[in-house]
Design a protein around this ligand. Sequence first.
Ligand SMILES: *Cc1c(COP(=O)(O)O)cnc(C)c1O
Length: 437
Amino acid sequence: MIVYTKQEIAEWQKQHPILKDIVDLKPVFWMNPNLKKVNETASLPITREDIEEAELLWQRFAPFLEHEFPETSETDGIIESPLRKLTNLQVEWFPAVDGEYYLKCDHELPVAGSIKARGGIYEVLQHAEKLAVEAGMVNKDDHYDVLSSERFKAFFSQYSIGVGSTGNLGLSIGIISAKLGFNVSVYMSIDAKQWKKDLLRAEGAKVIEYEGDFSEAITAGREQTNSDPNGYFVDDEDSKHLFLGYSVAALRLEKQLQQKNIPVDADHPLFVYLPCGVGGSPGGITFGLKQVFGDHVHCFFVEPTHSPSVLIGLATGEMDHVSVQDFGIDNRTEADGLAVGRPSRFATVISDQLVSGIYTLEDDELYRLLAMLADSEAIYLEPSATAGLAGPERIFPYIREHHIAMNHATHIAWATGGSFVPEKDMKMFYNKGKTLT
Ligand SMILES: *Cc1c(COP(=O)(O)O)cnc(C)c1O
């Protein structure tokens, strides 16, 4: 870690004036000066074909997933979430917002209960497939139902998987890895939620707790996993596979919008608000949406004022070379899904050209939004997952600068987690939000 002196921070702030408010923990709205038109982006490390191949992998594994997780049978083993209209919330709380307001309900994603069901599960599945194909145990035309057999569990039990996580990533990796038969270890900081640790242990994952900052857990996890020749570490700080798993959401959303007769074109712009931790899930989804909808989609990331890691990385141009702690920001937030001090290396260079902007908000605001959504729509999210709901009211400067007509706009707040939260924790979240509204 660098940890700049006051003087050095002042120097940074001279070059990037928005850093003043960021360091002072004030909510900010940042517009990306590097935003490119889709056909003018400099070469990116992945392509639309990569997303389509990732979708095919999901389809190959659908029979396995349906067999192991009966809750996916309604969608034939495809892990997907509904898109719901937020009529009441818009009328009651966002009357000044033009256009229609929707929620992408990834809190309902089966298997993991959060957006990590996209990236995390994808990364483990692609690893499992690679091992099994290389060992000659399966080929890509087979019916993957066979992966449920004891023969495969015994095969995968020779291999280990590790992941460092504040919570949801560990849940998704732990659940799917244990199901396949891998030896899986989840490295967590001591302050990770108890119910997540309990659930992981019940599913057969090993949970290893670290006293200090989460970055210690991830460093230790990486070292221990990689010291095993049969080990595989899911590295949230630099993962192409996580990114690809998330990006597939764009193809699915395209279909859902078509089914609801919601056009996306020059007269019908689409605005998407994505809660952001390391930047993998919002980056992957933004990349996918830009491939599908081009310049008609405008994607915004949302971070807590205490964990603006991607914002600092992009605003300074330093990407993953700087952390929020370097600037004296404590990375302490109740939004555990977003409590990340340093952005993803893989995702951030891509988002640099594609994200329209980033806004930050305070933890109290997350709880307020949680209670507002619960009261108006009877939908319950974890605090991290509510961050996108503030989006339509935060982007006015962008709309003015880009002269976008908003009367036929569609807004989508991406709800990223919540359905696995135990009821008593959820009650606490809600009550806290109620006292703040
Ligand atoms: C992980 C997570 C995010 C952010 O995803 P990143 O890839 O870390 O940016 C948002 N919300 C929830 C609930 C999460 O678990």
